[in-house]
Design a protein around this ligand. Sequence first.
Ligand SMILES: Nc1ncnc2c1ncn2[C@@H]1O[C@H](COP(=O)(O)OP(=O)(O)OP(=O)(O)O)[C@@H](O)[C@H]1O
Ligand SMILES: O=c1ccn([C@@H]2O[C@H](COP(=O)(O)O)[C@@H](O)[C@H]2O)c(=O)[nH]1
Length: 307
Amino acid sequence: MAAPTQRLLWRQLTRATSRSASRSASSPCLRLTSTSPASAFARTSKASSPPPEGSNVKFWPFVVIIVLGSLGYTFLVTRRAEMPAIDAPKKADALGAPPKSTPTFSADDVTVVFVLGGPGAGKGTQCANLVADYGFHHLSAGDLLRAEQDRPGSQFGDLIKDYIKNGLIVPMEVTVQLLENAMVAAIDSSGKGEIAGKKGKFLIDGFPRKMDQAHKFEESVCPAKFVLFYDCPEAEMERRLLNRGKTSGRTDDNAESIRKRFRTFIETSMPVVDYYEKLGRVIKVDATPKPEDVYKDTQKQIAGKGI
Ligand SMILES: Nc1ncnc2c1ncn2[C@@H]1O[C@H](COP(=O)(O)OP(=O)(O)OP(=O)(O)O)[C@@H](O)[C@H]1O
Ligand SMILES: O=c1ccn([C@@H]2O[C@H](COP(=O)(O)O)[C@@H](O)[C@H]2O)c(=O)[nH]1
């Protein structure tokens, strides 16, 4: 080490050591023992003066500090790796997710239509019409998450509450499993492996909101037929949500949460729409007009799509 650097380090260390030594004199908790490296330094640096050029300075305390620091760091990193992450996929296993590589349902047996659009675009409103006229079974990802959040004993309750309030996307394992469970339950409760005399037809509302969800669902649950995308300007969606917030009781129908939801929609969910658009699998409907007109347009656009 160059001599000036040596002297600088020495000065800094002896200054720190003498400060801590003087504190220890008045505090019973901070006492330097005769065997500690710091006290050794305090003793060897009586005059607190830098060593003369070329003096035989002991550097073993530096080595001890570096070695102890490295060991501590390695220990913390190892502990961190062993700790379960808050969104660890393992948690979803508690919902009954068996690892698999083929979808639970074939697209030949079950029709899945994803319904996307910004918060407040009117997805739920249009889904209600489609259920009435086309015999769809409606599954809203947001509703399923809220139900799981409120389910007594749910280990995901707090996590979901937090994500929804902040307009964030709940880790996909949770949502995909809730959807699959709901599809299985709907088909089972029909008693014939069918719904309303038809093969299962599902409108999956407000999903997939993130690319990983889209892949996971199509790979492990069911390939989707197409995406129904309700396109609406942000100002109109905000107006609708603030209005709905007067009575909905939803924790995320307030100005702050709405802002966060819009950001998530632009940054995370629009890429999903763009992805399906590139594949030619999106039916886009202008959601700005009044609900009846939006529905008429929806019907026109899905005509001949085999549903
Ligand atoms: N075309 C429309 N014109 C005016 N208001 C509408 C229209 N469609 C729905 N609304 C109203 O806007 C609010 C939001 O609609 P809706 O709940 O259907 O939206 P959403 O897209 O499902 O919302 P979120 O994603 O937040 O669940 C509701 O109060 C609804 O009555
Ligand atoms: O796939 C999903 C869908 C929804 N969420 C969370 O739920 C809220 C509310 O969803 P709505 O469709 O508006 O009812 C949404 O803001 C997300 O926080 C999700 O995490 N994953």
